[in-house]
Design a protein. Structure first.
Length: 559
């Protein structure tokens, strides 16, 4: 990113917003109209979130509007399930298209009429070459293409064939309608691009009405023009298509003059952002579905527990630039922590429990006060149950600790969060030599966590009551891929076999069950966690949304 781009980004501005502002100031448009145009061939991913925030964000900031338009021009890959999921995801991200929900298929009739017009003007023709012949005749970056032998057809012949294509007289692939532009153009997109292809398929909205479907390039700009889009914002790979976008607009009697602008797509380390590959992960059974919490889909990210505000924060943080780059996954995690640190209530949960018996603790148990959020007194406090038997984290005990280990070990004293100081007296092991239980004593004078004699302990650890805590399944997630830039062609070989770690014996403080909340919470000292939809009564399941620290960067550094 250049210095100028960085300055712009910190001001919440970018080159696209500058263009919009300049256009409005110069009076080139009365208001700004943008659109987000997904193809309903899969679930949206975090790359789409960038595009959504950009398009809807600009409309909001400049007092305009943003349309949601389904680019449903390829019925073989498109499904109603995806249409529904996409609407759900855009709304969840916090944006509203109001009454401006459109489908490219709404314009099929008009697009067809305009195609006949191009034929009548001598600007389009029906080509009978096979796809392979067309590919060869298209030429290369260094070689011009060759005119099709069908390029000289008369208007009447073209109209007749095109109408018969529409009527369904020909097989898939038998003929196409092409724009007649320039087979020698330096831009391959202008070498007589395909405008219509024959496709006998069921369309989710138009059923079997149509036997021919417009290409993306032909449908997109005209749809923009019909809707009065002023700024048609897309990703960089469409830059070379812009001359074709403009050619169509200039050669058709469209009702408005949209312009296309390109920005760099989001690329994230350890992540693949391509619906085709994500579809492969789902269909191949590598993940549990489009909303698997390891997926970079908006549905997966949401299920994992990431709030919409964190995604919006992330998109703002990475900015909008003209050159492609790769964003570190740590940036996303940073945004998630930023938001959750402020909002998530604090709770105690033990992921890998080790039983502790407090030998000198008498009586039925007691309640202690715990705060719900250290920076937000309004979040209040709760009572937690303490007693003779508790669980602590296995990792918080070492029988033979190294020098810098300050947590529990034989003979040492630590603070139990919100409770007492305890000292480890003895260790109980099973036949295999595994530690199964600790015997400790507590100091009744340290209730609440401080010693009246002023003595200090070096560590505070979390715990839950053995009697009152609730068993739970906890799912820990790691990146789906082992390489920072996964090879899209070979993604199955680069899947991380440890992307999901399931802990079956975790123990939660009862407050985590009582409120049944879908909001993320902080398990103290562990990270942010969210109740999963797989939870059943008496069998809670929690997802780790993100750890507390950037352990991921450290793992990577270790190699
Ligand atoms: P995919 O390759 O994942 O299928 P796509 O570009 O084919 O993505 P569309 O449904 O056509 O998917 O995309 C809708 C909009 O989202 C387009 O304007 C596209 O440019 C934008 N978009 C897609 N991927 C990204 C990304 N990684 N970063 C930013 N914008 C993206
Ligand atoms: Mg696409």
């Amino acid at each position: 990113m250049s210095v100028a781009e960085k300055v712009e980004q910190e001001a919440g501005r970018d080159f696209i917003r500058d263009i919009v502002a300049a256009d409005l100031q110069a009076g080139r448009h009365a208001g700004v109209v943008t659109r987000f145009p997904p193809e309903p061939n899969g679930y949206l991913h975090i790359g789409h979130a960038k595009s959504i925030c950009l398009n809807f964000g600009i409309a909001e900031e400049f007092g305009g509007r943003c349309h949601l338009r389904f680019d449903d021009t390829n019925p073989t890959k498109e499904e109603q399930e995806y249409i529904d999921a996409i609407q759900n995801d855009v709304a969840w991200l916090g944006f509203s298209w109001g009454k401006h929900l459109y489908y490219a298929s709404d314009y099929f009739e008009r697009l067809y009429e305009w195609a006949e017009l191009l034929i009548r003007d001598g600007k389009a023709y029906v080509d009978d070459q096979s796809p392979e012949e067309m590919r060869i005749a298209r030429g290369t970056l260094t070689e011009p293409g060759k005119n099709s032998p069908f390029r000289g057809r008369t208007v009447e012949e073209n109209l007749d064939l095109f109408r018969r294509m529409r009527a369904g007289e020909f097989e898939n692939g038998a003929r196409v309608l092409r724009a007649k532009i320039d087979m020698a153009s330096g831009n391959i997109n202008l070498r007589d691009p395909v405008l219509y292809r024959i496709l006998h398929a069921h369309h989710p909205r138009t059923g079997t009405n149509w036997k021919i479907y417009p290409s993306y390039d032909y449908a997109h700009g005209q749809s923009d023009a019909i809707e009065g889009i002023t700024h048609s914002i897309c990703t960089l790979e469409f830059e070379d298509h812009r001359p074709l976008y403009d050619w169509c607009i200039e050669n058709l009697p469209v009702p408005s003059r949209p312009r296309q602008y390109e920005f760099a797509r989001l690329n994230l380390t350890y992540t693949v952002l391509s619906k085709r590959v994500l579809n492969g992960l789902v269909k191949g059974g590598h993940v549990s579905g489009w909303d698997d919490p390891r997926m970079p889909t908006i549905a997966g990210i949401r299920r994992r527990g990431v709030p919409a505000a964190a995604l919006r924060d992330f998109v703002k943080r990475i900015g909008v630039a003209k050159a492609n780059s790769l964003v570190d996954l740590g940036v996303l995690e940073f945004s998630i922590r930023e938001v959750l640190n402020k909002t998530a209530l604090r709770r105690m949960a033990v992921l890998k429990p080790l039983k502790v018996v407090i030998e000198n603790y008498e009586g039925p148990g007691e309640e202690l006060e715990a705060i719900n959020h250290p920076d937000d007194p309004a979040a209040g406090t709760r009572q937690i149950k303490f007693g003779r038997e508790i669980y602590i984290e296995q990792d918080d005990f070492m029988e033979n600790p190294p020098k810098k280990f300050f947590r529990l070990s034989p003979g040492t004293e630590v603070r139990l969060r919100y409770a007492y100081f305890v000292t480890c007296k003895s260790v109980i092991k099973d036949a295999a030599g595994n530690v199964t239980e600790l015997r400790c004593t507590y100091d009744p004078a340290t209730r609440g966590g401080n010693a009246p004699d002023g003595r200090k302990v070096k560590a505070t650890i979390h715990w839950v009551s053995a009697e009152h805590s609730v068993p739970a399944e906890v799912r820990l997630y790691n990146p789906l891929f082992t390489k920072p830039e996964p090879d899209v062609a070979n993604f199955a070989a680069e899947l991380n076999p440890n992307s999901l770690e399931v802990l079956n014996g975790a123990r939660l403080e009862p407050a985590l069950i009582a409120d049944n909340s879908p909001e993320a919470v902080q398990f103290e000292r562990q990270g942010y966690f969210t109740r999963d939809k797989d939870s059943a009564p008496g069998k809670p399941v929690f997802n780790r949304t993100v750890g507390l620290r950037d352990t991921f960067a450290k793992e990577v550094a270790k190699g």
